[in-house]
Design a protein around this ligand. Structure first.
Ligand SMILES: N[C@@H](CCC(=O)N[C@@H](CS)C(=O)NCC(=O)O)C(=O)O
Length: 244
């Protein structure tokens, strides 16, 4: 019998969706508990993640209702740590390669995603002036890490790894915003400029990789496009209102 595993996350959180993808890939048995991260329940902060963020998991201990976590279970937070944990629990999933060089490359890719791409993405998402060129630079920082043409479909080779699980939700969100033209009132011309940048030969390698991720069944399972669309529209409307 595998140990109990409860996943606390949200369909509106790109960090949570990373974990949902990895759990699908690992074919893990687990219980899902949706957490409203904008209005967190007290028990979540008290007994699961004192930082109050999603995702988190509990692992081990008795099977209990998710809102009554056992003191005996391990509580693990931070999406990247959880991704590594799932890869360790399910080594045959291939979520982390066994080769030490490839493992180091996977970790370096995720580190670059956090240190270079994420700040650029957030600047773009908030509609900053330099957002489009910043996002393009962030994408280029990752693109150079992709395998040479013909040497792998995914970030580290032909196997889908935790790197791909980490990248896919944010790429899906960028695609959603740009392709559906969401937040036009907030972004104006910057949406068309982003579309143009993504279609340029300069970013073609990353775009092809990102779009390949969106075809992966685990990514399709974990990505709720309609829910995310409505969430994003609500967010941009309140952002616009606060700027008036
Ligand atoms: N570094 C964290 C970030 C998690 C995060 O910021 N989650 C957001 C949702 S996308 C959240 O829970 N926000 C609620 C809060 O900060 O109170 C991770 O990778 O897990």
């Amino acid at each position: 019998m595998p140990e109990q595993l409860t996943y606390y996350g949200s369909k509106y959180s790109v960090f949570s969706i990373r974990v949902a993808i990895a759990l699908h890939e690992a074919k893990a048995h687990y219980t899902t508990c949706d957490v409203d991260f904008e209005n967190k329940p007290d028990w979540y902060v008290k007994f699961v993640n004192p930082a109050g963020k999603v995702p988190a998991i509990t692992y081990g201990g008795p099977s209990v209702p998710p809102d009554q976590p056992s003191p005996e279970s391990a509580k693990i937070a931070e999406s990247v740590i959880i991704l590594e944990f799932i890869a360790d629990l399910y080594p045959s999933s291939g979520l982390l390669p066994s080769d030490p060089v490839k493992r180091a490359q996977a970790r370096f890719f995720i580190e670059t995603f956090g240190s270079k791409f994420t700040p650029a993405f957030l600047g773009w998402l908030r509609g900053s002036e330099s957002g489009v060129s910043g996002l393009a630079d962030g994408i280029k920082a990752l693109q150079v890490l992709l395998p040479e043409e013909g040497k792998g479909l995914y970030a580290i080779g032909d196997e889908f790894t935790i790197v791909d699980a980490a990248v896919a939700p944010t790429w899906a969100l960028i695609r959603l915003i740009v392709d559906k033209g969401l937040g036009q009132e907030l972004y104006g011309q910057r949406l068309a400029a982003t579309k143009e940048a993504l279609e340029s030969p300069e970013l073609a390698k990353f775009t092809a990789y990102g779009d390949r991720l969106l075809e992966r069944p685990s990514v399709k399972e974990a990505w709720y496009e309609d829910l995310m669309t409505r969430f994003f529209e609500r967010k941009t409307a309140s952002l616009l209102q606060s700027r008036q």
